[in-house]
Design a protein around this ligand. Structure first.
Ligand SMILES: Cc1cc2nc3c(=O)[nH]c(=O)nc-3n(C[C@H](O)[C@H](O)[C@H](O)COP(=O)(O)O)c2cc1C
Length: 171
C-alpha cells in the first residue's frame, strides 16, 4: 500500500521523528511504499474559511502555500499516519493546519486506514489527541488501525518499537 506519514515535530531527531521512522522502517520491511513528510518544515497556513474551494475554486484552495505539495500526496495515499508531539494536551499546530486544509477536498480520496503516533513528556495527556483522531477516522470513514503513545520513559525504547511494529501489521 501507499503510505503517507505526516510528522509534525520541529525536532528532526526528536521522539516523534523516531516513531515516524520506526513506522516507516517496519512498513517498508513489509513491502509497503512509504513517504515521510516533516510538515513542521513546511509553510502551511490555517484555513481561511473563505469557501473559495467550495465555489469558484472547485476543490482548489485559494491559498498557494506548501499545502500544494501535500494535496497530491494526500490524494494518492492508501494509508495516512499522523505523528505529532503533544503540545498543551493535544496534537500540535503544525499538524492541525494540514488536516484542516483538507476542508477544500473534504477527505483524502483513497485513504482507507489511519494510524496515530504521539509522544509527550507526561503520562495521561492523550485524550484530546486520541479523541480528535478517532473522530477524524469516523468522519472520513476510514479504518482506525490504532494509536501508539510514548511518554518520557517510553521514548525510543524497544517496547515502543514493538508497539509500532504491531500497528504496521494491521495494514
Ligand atoms: C509547546 C510545547 C507544549 C508541550 N505540551 C506538553 C503537554 O501538554 N504535555 C506533555 O506531557 N508534554 C508536553 N510537551 C512536551 C513534548 O510533548 C514532549 O517533549 C515530546 O516528546 C516532544 O516530542 P519531539 O521530541 O518529537 O519534539 C510540550 C512541548 C512543547 C514544546
Amino acid at each position: 500500500m501507499n503510505i503517507l506519514i505526516l510528522q509534525s515535530s520541529p525536532r528532526a531527531k526528536g521522539n516523534t521523528a523516531w516513531m515516524a521512522e520506526e513506522y516507516k522502517n517496519a512498513a517498508e520491511a513489509a513491502g509497503h511504499q512509504v513517504t515521510l513528510v516533516n510538515v513542521s518544515k513546511m509553510k502551511i497556513a490555517g484555513c481561511l474559511a473563505c469557501e473559495y474551494c467550495h465555489g469558484k475554486g472547485n476543490g482548489a484552495c485559494i491559498q498557494k502555500d506548501d499545502m500544494q505539495e501535500l494535496y497530491p500526496l494526500m490524494a494518492e495515499a492508501d494509508v495516512l499516519v499522523l505523528a505529532s508531539p503533544i503540545y498543551y494536551f493535544t496534537l500540535n499546530a503544525q499538524i492541525q493546519a494540514p488536516i484542516q486544509r483538507m476542508y477544500s477536498v473534504n477527505k483524502p480520496a483513497k485513504v482507507r486506514k489511519m494510524a496515530l503516533l504521539v509522544s509527550s513528556y507526561s503520562p495521561g495527556v492523550y485524550s484530546g489527541a486520541v479523541s480528535e483522531f478517532n473522530d477524524i477516522c469516523g468522519y472520513w470513514s476510514v479504518e482506525n488501525t490504532g494509536v501508539v503513545t510514548a511518554k518520557n520513559d517510553e521514548q525510543k525504547t524497544e517496547a515502543t518499537k514493538q508497539k509500532i511494529q504491531e500497528l504496521v501489521k494491521k495494514l
